[in-house]
Design a protein around this ligand. Structure first.
Ligand code: F6R
Length: 617
């Protein structure tokens, strides 16, 4: 995936180069292996592009300096899929005569055929990318007499795959044309003055909160301070779209005084959770009823969202009294080809709403059987919502750090809220107990706030203590296995350590042979029904020389006595709070990963080889 951003303005005060440079910096989480900017001035395209991170490139070639009279610019930040991250492969891509410039996010699946066809017509390609076919196709249609807009429409008709594109052309110096299919695109507008296009809202939020969210198969013509939308599915007819106002401000999208987005987003968890609590009872009841009446239930996602699915299935099935089958989204079709039945319900979880494997899993299921899709996402209007019967938006606010933190806890909270709604609907526990579960949920933000306030030094001390160890375990039982797996994933991705999150019981069946004197094992140990058995597991690992670090509740005694170090979560030791421990215990592990990344001189916001949204298989 990549980020695209563009501006067309009447405002003579603005430096379009500066605006798009700042804009793509805010989109850098979408890809950061190369970037490029084009501005149009005096019937000429001015281009700067290079491989590397935006700030590094800026130091070399001053990415914000373009002719001062230019009123139009496009920018792109890339995460390579087709072609290595090189200057040639970075966007914008041009036609043969340097008249048309295109920035593209997505994948043109049939680009090889198109490239061969265009080459045989005499077009010359300068990159290995799929994207470069787009300007050449537009060039071809314009040569045949199409207007700029019609040429884009006809070019897109030939492209199979996903795209959000923004295009400019030297003979149309006042407009940008954009189009979307399966990749996000939002239009920001300062009416009468300036229009922006962007893969995400934070890029234009310093200038305007007014925007339009584009849908698949829509094209828009952007002029300074005005925009027209066209529906490519119905004869390209002009359509009216509703303008939206963004409620959150740019502070939410910037680091706000923290060194990294990841740290900021961990500290935002209490407030993000408070927002998620506002999900309406009506919507929760819809989810609850769909699950109660389903014959079979699946829960699917990728990565961190899959771990929230593991925690969520545990919490929901407690009150639902039915089995919920978890399934990694990439395996969904392969594994369920012969067994998916009508009247199944699939819970799909994706913070971005753009993960292609998750979208394809539910698309396939919908095409194959009569199923209902219940989606949990953090992004309003994201692609996944189009294939869903009911959608819960977690409202965690933008998450810029590549490692998911607040989106994880809010996903688990959304699943917990559904669980309590099921308990209410099914009347399987007393009203008094329901109130206790609700109180426990309502208290989560305060527990996390208290933890974050008092434990940073302890976490830093543990990081120092672990520093020389390349490998260790997170072990747990029951619901906490999800926490252990997610803690392990966080450390792998941001601190580049091989940490395995595993079942404490299963670890005896093989992994225990890794344990030597001083080998660190972090036990996740809320005082739930698995606690006493976990005590036995801690003793087994301790007896073999393991260094025991445990995450426990404040009043813990037994595991504390066996541990070299304890991290204490300030929450009561009762079943109501234990059930939601995947939310309250996680910030400790996220902080551990964050400080471990710093200790190893790594940028926690930009883990190696990773991007925030995975839109390739
Ligand atoms: C890890 C992380 C990834 C995502 C995964 C799914 O910190 O963020 O593992 O969880 O790529 O992404 P979404 O939730 O956007 O579908």
């Amino acid at each position: 995936m990549c980020g695209i951003f563009g501006i067309v303005t009447k405002n003579q005060e603005i430096s379009v180069g500066k605006v798009v440079f700042e804009g793509i910096k805010r989109l850098e989480y979408r890809g950061y292996d190369s970037c490029g900017i084009v501005s149009l001035y005096n019937s000429k395209l001015f281009i700067k592009k290079e491989a590397g991170k935006i700030d590094e490139i800026h130091k070399k070639i001053k990415l914000d300096e373009f002719p001062s009279g230019s009123r139009l610019a496009l920018a792109h930040t890339r995460w390579a899929t087709h072609g290595a991250p090189t200057k040639q492969n970075s966007h914008p891509h041009l036609d043969c005569f340097d008249k048309i410039a295109v920035v593209h996010n997505g994948i043109i699946e049939n680009f090889l055929e198109l490239r061969n066809e265009l080459t045989s017509l005499g077009h010359t390609f300068k990159s290995e990318t799929d994207s470069e076919v787009i300007p050449h196709l537009i060039e071809d249609f314009m040569k045949k007499g199409n207007s700029f807009k019609d040429a884009i429409i006809n070019a897109l008709k030939k492209c199979k795959g996903a795209y959000a594109i923004a295009v400019c052309q030297i003979d149309n110096p006042d407009l940008i044309i954009v189009a979307r299919k399966e990749s996000p695109l939002i239009i920001g507008i300062e009416e009468g003055k300036t229009t922006y296009c962007s893969s995400d809202i934070p890029a234009f939020l310093p200038y305007t909160r007014k925007c339009y969210i584009m849908e698949d198969d829509e094209l828009a013509v952007l002029k300074a301070g005005e925009v027209q939308f066209f529906d490519l599915k119905s004869d390209n007819k002009l359509i009216r779209k509703e303008m939206q106002t963004i409620e959150w401000n740019i502070d939410a999208a910037e680091k706000g005084g923290y060194d990294h987005f990841m740290l900021k987003e961990i500290y935002e968890e209490p407030d993000a959770l408070r927002f998620t609590m506002k999900i309406s009872d009506q919507l929760l009841t819809k989810f609850a009823n769909a699950l109660i009446s389903a014959d079979s239930i699946y829960i699917t996602a990728a990565g961190t969202s899959y771990h929230s699915a593991l925690a969520g299935k545990f919490i929901i099935s407690k009150f639902l009294g039915k089995h919920i089958q978890d399934m990694e989204c990439s395996e969904f079709e392969t594994q369920l080809k012969c067994s998916l039945q009508d009247n199944s319900v699939i819970i799909a979880i994706s913070q971005s709403g753009e993960t292609i494997d998750t979208i394809e899993a539910i698309r396939w299921a919908k095409k194959t059987k009569s199923v209902k899709i219940l989606t949990i996402t953090n992004v309003v209007g994201s692609s996944i919502t189009r294939y869903s019967d009911h959608v819960i938006v977690t409202n965690a606010g933008p998450e810029i750090g590549v490692a998911a933190t607040k989106t994880y806890s809010t996903q688990v909270l959304a699943l917990a809220l559904i669980a309590v709604s099921i308990a209410k609907t099914r009347k399987i526990i007393s009203n008094e107990e329901i109130v206790k579960y609700q109180d426990a949920l309502a208290g989560i933000p305060n527990i996390i706030e208290q933890f974050l306030e008092k434990n940073v030094d302890l976490i830093k001390y543990i990081v120092n203590n672990l520093e020389k160890n390349m490998n260790y375990f997170f072990l747990a039982r029951g619901i906490s296995i999800a926490t252990a797996k997610e803690g392990g994933l966080k450390l792998k991705e941001v601190a580049c350590r091989f940490i395995e999150g595993y079942s404490a019981a299963s670890a005896k069946h093989g992994p225990i042979s890794l344990v030597r004197e001083g080998f660190p094992i972090i036990f996740i140990a809320p005082p739930d029904e698995t606690y006493n058995r976990l005590v036995g597991n801690v003793m087994e690992f301790k007896a073999r020389g393991g260094r025991i670090i445990s995450v426990v509740v404040e009043s813990d005694v037994k595991i504390t006595k066996l541990s070299d170090i304890t991290i204490r979560i300030p929450q009561p030791a009762d079943k109501f709070h234990n059930l939601f421990s995947p939310i309250t215990f996680m910030p400790a592990l996220q902080l551990l990963a964050y400080y471990a990344a710093l200790a190893h001189d790594l940028d926690p916001d930009k883990p190696l080889n990773l991007s925030k949204t995975v839109t390739v298989h």
